[in-house]
Design a protein around this ligand. Structure first.
Ligand SMILES: CC(=O)N[C@H]1[C@@H](OP(=O)(O)O)O[C@H](CO)[C@@H](O)[C@@H]1O
Ligand SMILES: [Mg+2]
Length: 562
């Protein structure tokens, strides 16, 4: 870097850091999904995330990097920031310690020294010919605009960095844009919509004509959590052939507060209808998104006498996707067709300890390979990439399907071969085309409630399944989640994909002892990465037992660490 440029770089960093001083007592940690806190206190962390994203882009030869300003399903007053890597996934975990250090740098000088040292250690070619490119998106929160400005100032503090504000978006849209831009494919919002609409239409064109049986009702009510997902769905719903979508909690003025008594997190945890649903909706298929539309669950009211719902969570969405993909692979590989073509594929299912035990048993019972990672999409996504086809979901409804490049190119060449032969009306050809359409429909950058919803709808139509058929795939084991406030949640250390506590060791012994008292009992505790609590999860053969197991373990946590 030329001396005058270096001077300018130093000046800009000192300048921006003094504009966003860290309030005393504030401590940020790049947790499960980036930095999160009360929106009004987030500006210093968001500005520093801007610096970080620009550095990351320079390090990666000017590839586009993303910043999303959102606190997902958390209350409207909260906000957060996370960084998307050039592949559209979460930022490489190796940079998280630096993210933490940078966010907590106590004063401008400390921040400057930290950046200069990091740039040196990482060999980041500041001032070279690579400029940085950072795409920004935010959700509908009132603090979003102000935090966007903080992020822009952070990005612009790196010489040569270029920020592109993509506007108010769902989190997965921004991830998709980063992914697409770096692949060199079309990456605007209208390209995203076009891809969704076209690939959904193609899935429907490929429905078997002669299957008979149940005809899926066109009506689908979607709870938009009063967030950005409902807004976007309203924009495209008229173009979604074969579906009659009604959006509630759509985020329109006066309809309600973001994530308040609505949204995927609420429905999944409380198992009751969101705000705005009533007895007239009994028997109608419903879906619920979270505030930034990266989570999806389905539900249906079975009776008008209470507001309880039958829930289809992430585990069952995963199971539906796995069944569909496996079926297409089976048809392609061993249906005895005239064309001797095969498509070898390693199919992997990735879950976390929060997956209902019944889902894991169901998936393993199908002969599928099921593996576990710690909580957080960054772990699940990475694991899924190890397969030709990786399907991952958190029970709360965040997940997607990823296909390896090698698999997609084999699928493409198989489809081409089949289409040019007499076999182009064969079941094998149709299955290959369906898989092709699915690779286009599902957002491979990250879990995406809108694309996930369309894939669900297409598969239900393909399988000629009602909501009830889907729901009855297996019965969830009763479970309970509790939160416990402790002095220092980081004093709990876990191992084995968070299923065991390694510290304090006495805690695991107590959990084991309690769990042994219950039929089909399973219980684990872990510190949350997004809230200042310890989470307790318990499963058992009845609800009363699951509640009791969770409660007794919560007591132990309180007693030992409270
Ligand atoms: C039990 C649970 O639902 N945990 C959620 C929650 O993480 P915690 O680390 O548990 O706070 O928020 C994450 C980000 O949205 C999500 O990935 C994760 O699944
Ligand atoms: Mg979310």
């Amino acid at each position: 870097m030329a001396a005058d440029q270096e001077q300018e770089q130093r000046r800009r960093l000192l300048d921006v850091a003094s504009r966003f001083p860290l309030p005393s007592g504030c401590r940020f940690s790049y947790g499960t999904a980036g930095f999160r806190a009360d929106g009004a206190t987030m500006a210093p962390a968001v500005c520093r995330a801007g610096i970080l994203a620009a550095l990351r882009s320079v390090k990666l030869a000017g590839a586009a990097v993303g910043i999303v300003i959102t606190a997902s399903h958390n209350p409207i007053g909260d906000n957060g920031v996370k960084i998307a890597d050039p592949d559209g996934g979460m930022m490489d975990q190796q940079w998280e310690p630096f993210a933490d250090a940078l966010a907590n740098a106590p004063d401008p000088d400390a921040l400057l020294q930290m950046v200069l040292q990091f740039v040196k250690d990482e060999g980041i070619p500041l001032g070279g010919h690579h400029t940085a490119q950072v795409l920004l998106g935010r959700d509908t929160r009132p603090t979003g605009e102000y935090l966007l400005d903080a992020a822009l100032q952070g990005i612009n503090a790196i010489v040569g960095a270029h920020a592109i504000d993509m506007g108010i978006l769902t989190t997965p849209q921004l991830h998709w844009m980063v992914w697409s831009k770096n692949k060199g494919t079309k990456a605007s919002e209208s390209d995203y919509f076009t891809q969704l609409i076209n690939s959904f239409r193609r899935m429907l064109e490929l429905l078997p004509k002669d299957k008979g049986g149940y005809e899926l009702a066109k009506k689908l009510i979607v709870d938009g959590a009063n967030g950005i997902g409902g807004v976007k769905l309203e924009q495209i719903k008229a173009e979604l052939s074969g579906l009659d979508i009604i959006v509630r909690n759509s985020g329109k003025e006066g309809e309600g507060i973001l994530n308040h008594l609505c949204g995927a997190d609420f429905v999944q945890k409380e198992r009751v209808t969101p705000h705005g649903f009533g007895p007239e909706d009994v028997g109608v298929r419903c879906a619920s998104l979270d505030g930034d539309a990266d989570r999806l669950v389905y539900f249906q009211m079975s009776s008008s006498s209470d507001n309880k719902v039958d829930l289809v969570d992430g585990d069952k969405i995963l199971s539906l996707f796995a069944l569909f993909i496996r079926e297409q692979l089976d048809v392609i590989n061993n249906n005895g067709s005239q064309v001797d073509k095969s498509l070898p594929a390693r199919l992997g299912i990735v879950q976390t300890a929060y997956a209902n035990g019944a889902s894991t048993q169901f998936l393993k019972g199908l002969g599928l390979e099921v593996v576990f990672t710690p909580t957080g999409v960054k772990y699940l996504h990475k694991k899924a990439l190890e397969y030709d086809i990786g399907i991952y979901f958190e029970a709360n409804g965040h997940g997607t399907v990823v296909f390896s490049e090698d698999f997609i190119s084999q699928l493409e060449s198989l489809s081409n071969d089949l289409s040019s032969q007499a076999a182009n009306c064969s079941a094998q050809y149709h299955s290959a085309m369906r898989l092709m359409a699915a690779t286009q429909l599902i957002n491979q950058a990250v879990g995406d409630a809108l694309s996930g919803l369309l894939l669900v709808e297409a598969i239900l139509q393909y399988k000629r399944w009602s909501f009830q058929n889907w729901c009855e795939l297996y019965s969830d084991l009763p479970s309970r989640q509790l939160k416990v406030k402790v002095v220092d949640r980081s004093s709990i250390v876990t191992t084995d994909a968070e299923t065991k506590v390694s510290q304090p060791s006495s805690l695991q012994e107590l959990i084991d002892k309690e769990t042994a008292n219950y039929t089909q009992g399973r219980c684990f505790v872990r510190p949350s990465g997004t809230e200042d609590v310890v989470r307790v999860y318990a499963e058992a053969s009845t609800q009363v037992e699951a509640d009791s197991l969770a409660k007794s373990v919560a007591h132990h946590v309180e007693r030992l660490l409270g």
